[in-house]
Design a protein around this ligand. Structure first.
Ligand code: PLP
Length: 873
């Protein structure tokens, strides 16, 4: 029973042997390490590396969708020329030495956590957004996962990703002349992508199997290198599978519930098997969203096979698992009819008939009777978090029912606010400017706010010059996108050429791009078209808006929004001022978040868990104009952008009205006047208020809303404490896991004995006297309350006795929890406790006493949802 204790260093011999790779690419000797660059996504966040590929053949680089492997495989002539071109060779050497320096430099993790160098963390996600050339993402969740892996590499955090390799990716979006979204499928040739098969020790390609009810499915394991780390992707499209099974990893978020549950089994169970076959034994498993939660069932099966009792096995896997939930939208939490879960988990359940109900119970949502992946994840993880402070709060409300009689505030779901990977999203033009003015080594210290103070040293004219350059690049990109679209749908040459005059670099430019989920309300700004028309048409102060985004193919209201935006963009009065670009992806996202002036985001509060595109915009000096939801609720400081909406209204219609009114009002009275606040263009105007705002926005947001800060937080608040605790659970033959399981069983069985036998409140005896003292005295005097608790067979130190009261604070009531101290001896299984509280509080509705089981071996103090409270009596 010791596989978890094996040293968990990643082995180097699990990718295609070097000789094979060499044979495949046939690169000239002088530039043969281009192969290494092409197969490491490091190129995707290093502009010099991308530029090197572009230099090889810029046409092919564009046509390949910035895919270096395809480029190398199809550019034999260009490679021969480059191999003897002194200019190319010089650039090549420079990039290679940069790459080598990156791969070998000492990192944050090595410095700060040197003792943990043997540890591995596994990160499971259904989607990863690394780069436009690897289309295995649909939106923010995937891009976050990609940025997480990139920062983990930068920081030296030993993290291995696990996901699925979708043969048809997500989909390519085309918009026809009616504004209809057409979702196009493209069958990718994996031999042309920056991925390689993982190999076993015997130089065979690695295949693992997952048992579905229709039989075992074979999965080929692929490896992507992401800087120092690797991500393994599973692929069912191999010959030994049935035609139906080969489709299982065809498409991200495609198909019905059967497809979804099969994919999630492949991800979770197949992913664990792949790690085992690779000899990787993670200390901690991070489930990025509930999609990955089946990984816990595979690990449970392993332990049950080893003979561990069920509850001890659950404690063991729980102690090594962390979970991030990503959405307050109920439909975003996968749930399957229980019969469906029974059918698909059939092969597992039939091997473990004794635990059938226990296993199904882990995913049971008692309210709906469904097997819910989020419930499974909550039951099998020891630390959990939402992705912004507000989302943490919303998640605590959502899952309060899980933890018995406790306040939302106490629900053990924390938050770690999302960020973005600076090197991926910050324009190279800004990096070059910052290199000149920010302290040396700033790129490795981006989470240090002091670094960003030096922004003050940058002349306004330089800031404006970079910003305008990026805006012009965006306008060029947008015109090309529109022209291509018009040509494709068969418009006249004249109509196609017309777009070349669309959009102006002198107009205040607003961007809106994201998945077109309905709660994001992409068309909100169209609620009053007349007013919008006036805004956009002021000849002195022109305004323009760019839209982009895909709607899920099954999301018809989302597609209706695209139709509406397209229709408005075609109206003569909005021609060239409102545009809808097609096929939003990471490439387009870079142009948009770097090139607009204002980034608009107006979701229904509080449905945006975090949002990250605004963070990308912020570091590029683009100003956020957003509903106070997700990350912006904590990022907005009153002085670094604009906030839409202030009320807490849960009535969607009321919220929509208020938000719409706010959008127009703020645009008219603040944004537009500020942008055009000088007769001259900002670059001729020293200390232009807009540039000032850009600086304040970067300074206040860039150091916080980046994934270096985020991954460091995951590492220190989640991964490392979990690894430490998990280690104690498995050492000495799972001794602690068994003890914790036994302890919980005992407490569950005996808890009914626990009673609060008596409460003694001195003020209850002398209320007349108390009411005669002044209000000030009342607040400052304390009284001692005592309680007698009957414990039966339970040992009192295994419990916490708390006195809870409410303190008025402004218009709110804050809950105060006081730990009561044991006094005297245990007599007749009864123990007395005391606490001092303000004397004006009366017994009864003003305070209550609560007894809960605790243990120093619990990950948090609400691990057993049991309590006894005076309020229940
Ligand atoms: C960053 C990004 C997202 C996420 O944007 P949100 O503002 O969080 O909705 C979605 N899609 C792409 C392509 C992105 O780059």
């Amino acid at each position: 029973m010791d596989y978890q204790k094996k040293t968990s260093t990643e082995r180097g011999n699990d990718t295609m042997p070097a000789a094979l790779l060499h044979q495949k690419l046939m690169l000239p000797t002088s530039i043969k390490r281009l192969g290494e660059l092409a197969y490491n996504l490091w190129f995707s966040w290093n502009a010099e590396a991308s530029a090197l590929f572009q230099r090889l053949d810029s046409r092919k680089w564009e046509d390949s969708g910035h895919n270096p492997v395809q480029l190398l495989l199809t550019s034999a002539d260009a490679l021969q020329q480059a191999s003897v071109d002194p200019g190319f060779l010089e650039a090549y050497e420079q990039v290679i030495s940069q790459f080598d320096a990156y791969m070998h430099e000492s990192t944050w993790f090595q410095t700060e956590h040197a003792k943990q160098s043997h540890i591995q963390f596994a990160y499971f996600s259904a989607e990863f957004g690394f780069h436009e050339s690897l289309p295995i993402y649909s939106g923010g969740l995937g891009v976050l996962a990609g940025d997480h892996c990139k920062s983990a590499s930068d920081l030296g955090v030993p993290l291995t990703g696990v996901g699925l390799l979708y043969k048809k990716g997500y989909f390519t979006q085309k918009i026809n002349s009616q504004g209809d979204q057409q979702a196009e499928q493209f069958q990718y040739d994996f031999s042309m992508l920056p991925i390689l098969p993982a190999y076993q020790e015997n130089n065979q390609e690695l295949i693992v199997h997952v048992e579905l009810p229709t039989g075992p499915v074979a999965l080929k394991v692929w490896r992507i290198r992401v800087g120092r780390n690797s991500v393994y992707l599973l692929d069912a499209d191999i010959e030994s599978n049935t035609p139906a099974d080969r489709q299982l990893t065809a498409q991200l978020y495609g198909g019905n519930q059967d497809m979804r549950i099969s994919q999630e089994m492949i991800l979770g169970m197949g992913g664990v098997k792949a790690l085992r076959a690779l000899g990787i034994s993670p200390s901690v498993y991070h489930m990025n969203e509930g999609h990955a939660a089946f990984l816990t069932l595979e690990r449970l099966r392993e332990l049950l096979d080893l003979g561990l009792p069920f509850q001890a096995a659950v404690e063991t896997i729980r102690s090594a698992t962390v979970f991030t939930t990503h959405t307050p939208v109920a439909a975003g939490h996968d749930a399957f009819p229980i019969g469906m879960a029974e059918y698909y988990l059939g092969p597992l359940l039939s091997k473990l008939p004794a635990y059938r109900q226990d296993l199904l119970g882990l995913g049971n949502d008692p309210k709906t009777g469904l097997f819910n992946m989020t419930h499974l994840a909550l039951h099998t993880s020891s630390l959990r978090n939402g992705v912004s402070k507000l989302h943490g709060q919303v998640s605590r409300d959502m899952f309060k029912g899980f933890y018995g009689d406790i306040q939302s505030r106490e629900v053990p779901i924390d938050s770690i606010t999302n960020g973005v990977h600076l090197d991926t999203w910050l324009a190279p033009e800004w990096k070059a400017l910052f290199d000149r003015f920010l302290p040396g080594g700033w790129r490795n210290r981006i989470a240090d706010a002091r670094i960003w103070e030096s922004l003050e040293l940058i002349p306004d004219a330089s800031i404006w010059q970079v910003h305008q350059e990026l805006k012009e690049k965006l306008i060029g990109f947008a015109r090309q996108n529109l022209e291509q679209q018009r040509r494709r749908i068969g418009e006249s040459e004249e109509r196609a050429a017309e777009v070349r005059s669309f959009l102006s670099k002198d107009a205040l430019t607003i961007g809106f791009a994201r998945r077109f989920a309905t709660y994001k309300r992409a068309n909100l700004i169209f609620n009053d078209l007349e007013r919008l028309k006036k805004l956009l048409h002021d000849p002195e102060r022109p305004v323009q808006i760019l839209f982009a985004g895909k709607a899920h193919p099954a999301d018809h209201p989302g597609q209706e929004m695209i139709r509406e935006i397209y229709r408005v963009s075609q109206l003569p009065e909005f021609q060239g001022k409102i545009v809808m670009l097609e096929n939003y992806d990471m490439n387009m996202a870079r142009y948009l978040v770097q090139g607009v002036d204002v980034w608009l985001n107006n979701p229904r509060r509080p449905l945006e868990a975090s949002g990250t595109s605004g963070q990308k915009a912020a570091m590029n000096g683009v100003i956020n104009f957003s509903v106070l939801d997700g990350w912006w609720e904590e990022g907005y400081n009153g002085d670094n952008g604009w906030a839409i909406g202030s009320t807490e209204s849960q009535d969607w219609a009321v919220q929509e009205q208020e938000n719409t009114a706010d959008i127009y009002r703020i645009l008219e009275s603040s944004i537009i006047p500020l942008y055009f606040s000088s007769q001259e263009q900002p670059q001729h105007h020293p200390r232009h208020p807009w540039i000032n705002l850009m600086k304040r926005s970067i300074q206040s947001l860039a150091p916080i809303y980046n994934t270096h800060r985020m991954v460091a937080e995951y590492t220190e608040r989640s991964y490392l404490p979990t690894a430490d605790r998990a280690h104690h659970f498995v050492e000495n033959g799972y001794d602690l896991a068994i003890k914790v399981a036994d302890y919980k069983n005992f407490i569950r069985r005996e808890w009914h004995h626990v009673k609060i036998a008596a409460v003694h409140d001195p003020s209850a005896d002398s209320s007349a006297a108390v009411s005669s003292i002044s209000a000030v005295e009342k607040l400052s005097t304390l009284k001692e309350v005592t309680a007698d608790v009957f414990f039966g067979p339970i040992w009192p130190p295994d419990t916490l006795v708390e006195l809870i009261y409410f303190e008025e604070s402004g218009s709110d009531w804050n809950e105060v929890v006081v730990w009561m101290q044991a006094t005297g001896d245990l007599k007749n299984q009864t123990q007395s406790f005391k606490a001092s509280i303000p004397s004006h509080l009366k017994h009864g509705p003003n305070f209550s006493i609560r007894v809960r089981p605790i243990s120093s071996s619990f990950a948090h103090s609400f691990e057993l949802p049991l309590s006894v409270s005076t309020l229940q009596e």
